[in-house]
Design a protein around this ligand. Structure first.
Ligand SMILES: *Cc1c(COP(=O)(O)O)cnc(C)c1O
Length: 387
């Protein structure tokens, strides 16, 4: 079986986990801060907060930016549901900005039009979440300019994009955003099993996220309420938070995986270049790359030209699955999910994302894929879509 994505774990990774299992701390030990340092210093952000998954990172990022009832959060439909659900966790409302037809990322022109319109209606968003789809950065410079004009905050959902670059700088440095989040799910670029991280250059936001991660508890004396001197108050809960902590077992795996990050991205780019070359004559659209971007290639989405291919998207999907090539679909537009439809969204709302979803498939892309496996994918894709 050839999956669309999978983790690559080596002996160093396994040894790193075993050494934590033999140590004094399985959680709340030294590995979590170490992992935070490794990631933030790699990408060039000042502060980082490791959590149990990226969904939690999105949630506490929204809370730190004070998203609440009555507020709007905008994201794209072409993403995993978590990028939108974080608004609903905070009691806020969510809306969707259509994607660009070439990058499949949030279209900054559509965003601008929608902002102008929202300003007239008095419904400007408090937070916008661009998603770096497949590992290619969004048009962050323009989105950042718009945030200065219209006064919204930016959370980059970089779940696909650790190790990628934008304008020659690492994604995650928050140059054009308030907070960036990463996912360490096994299909993503580097893994901790489950895991996520929120990065920022803003100390206030970082402190807020640290408290939300762990029950709203502080052990910082300067934040504590005064209590009688003869009582023991080594911690205080000063707000309502969660238990979103990452374990030291996971963080040790993360530290070790970060040693492989550059090699993983290089290999993913090699695989992409090879697909680009060997699929070039087929009736499919290959992932277009903006010159500002160096993609981490979490995904390699192909776009079927259904006017030429004598099969439906579903037939191609099923034929490849029969050959044990587990292509996948990224993404069903979030607002077409039944839960979102019940909130009043209808098909036709973001036509570019919908058209894209009807034509796309993500073909296998992961660093341990061999050239031989890639050839198997290419040859069978050729057979299925004909050429
Ligand atoms: C995977 C993913 C998430 C959620 O990540 P988890 O770590 O599984 O919670 C959020 N947004 C996007 C775009 C993702 O791909």
């Amino acid at each position: 079986m050839i999956p669309y994505g999978r983790q690559l774990i080596d002996k160093d990774d396994i040894d790193a986990v075993i050494s934590v299992l033999k140590s004094n701390f399985l959680t709340q030990g030294p590995m979590v801060p170490k992992f935070e340092d490794v990631v933030s210093s790699h990408v060039g952000a000042k502060y980082s907060v490791a959590v149990n998954n990226a969904t939690s990172a999105l949630h506490i990022a929204c809370l730190a930016l004070e998203l609440g009832p009555g507020d709007w959060l905008w994201t794209v439909p072409n993403t995993f549901v978590a990028s939108a659900n974080c608004a609903l966790y905070c009691g806020a409302k969510v809306d969707f900005v259509d994607i660009d037809d070439r990058t499949y990322n949030m279209c900054s022109k559509t965003l601008e039009k929608k902002l102008k319109n929202a300003q007239e209606l008095g419904k400007l968003p408090k937070i916008v979440i661009p998603v770096h789809f497949s590992g290619q950065s969004c048009d962050m410079q323009r989105i950042h300019e718009l945030s200065n004009i219209y006064g919204f905050k930016i959370i980059e959902d970089a779940s696909h994009a650790i190790g990628g670059k934008y304008q020659n700088q690492w994604v995650g440095n928050c140059r054009y955003s308030d907070i960036t989040i990463f996912s360490f799910h096994p299909v993503k670029i580097v893994t901790t099993g489950e895991g996520g991280m929120a990065l920022t250059n803003n100390k206030v936001l970082s402190n807020r996220m640290l408290k939300y991660r762990s029950h709203g508890i502080t052990s910082d004396k300067s934040e504590m309420q005064s209590r009688p001197k003869n009582e023991i108050w080594n911690y205080q809960q000063i707000q309502l938070g969660f238990n979103y902590r990452m374990t030291d077992i996971q963080a040790a795996l993360g530290v070790s995986q970060m040693n492989h990050l550059n090699a993983f991205i290089t290999r993913r780019n090699e695989i992409a270049t090879r697909y680009d070359r060997l699929l070039n004559d087929l009736p499919i659209g290959l992932p277009w790359q903006h010159q500002d971007s160096y993609s981490s290639y979490h995904l390699y989405p192909i776009r079927l030209d259904l006017s030429v291919i004598e099969k439906t998207q579903q037939q191609v999907y099923e034929a490849l699955h029969r050959m044990k090539i587990m292509v996948n679909l990224h993404y069903i537009p979030v607002y077409l999910q039944p839960y979102y439809e019940r909130m009043g969204f209808n098909s036709g709302y973001c036509p570019i994302a919908e058209q894209y979803y009807k034509e796309t498939l993500s073909i296998p892309m992961y660093p341990s894929m061999t050239n031989k496996q890639q050839d198997y994918v290419i040859n069978n894709l050729r057979r299925v879509i004909g050429s």
